[in-house]
Design a protein around this ligand. Sequence first.
Ligand code: IMP
Ligand code: MG
Length: 178
Amino acid sequence: MAQRPYVIDQMISAKAIAARIEALAREIEAEFEGTDKLVVVGLLRGSFVFIADLVRELDLPIEVDFLEASSYGDSTESSREVRILKDLRGAIEARDVLVVEDIVDTGHTMHHVSTLLASRKPRRLKTIALLDKPARRELSFKADWTGFEIPDEFVVGYGIDYAQRNRNLPFIGKVRFT
Ligand code: IMP
Ligand code: MG
């Protein structure tokens, strides 16, 4: 699909993101205090920057694993049908697990992924999303931790793409079509 021309307006600065991640890390450490091992599961690809910054703030014994669910493709609309494109490498039965997502939008992805992972009987399963667009929810889902609630805007940067572009922006910006 051809992309319409757009500009990006900054919505959340790199500094604000870093400060929020520090605060979230302290809450996660408190929740998982004493864990033998926390498996931090990043949802590819949008969470790769967030998980990289988050795990470096966590003073806990962790492992990192990744899972890829089907995405928007090149559109700004969710496909609603969630498929697992790449599963975890490791087993999570009886493990402490933290799922790291970039954005909860309609809720389909996290609803599907958390139901799937819960069926593998982890000891504790918690979720964190950098961004939440509650206005767009179609399936009920609330992450245990949320970085920022944002309005119904299409955003890019800090790992998040529009048709694979703009993941490398250090801040979160909103796409404005021109
Ligand atoms: P959901 O299944 O509708 O909740 O969609 C979640 C996924 O859609 C996220 O993991 C993102 O990859 C993608 N997504 C949702 N909103 C945006 C956005 O504003 N920009 C880029 N990707 C988004
Ligand atoms: Mg995603």
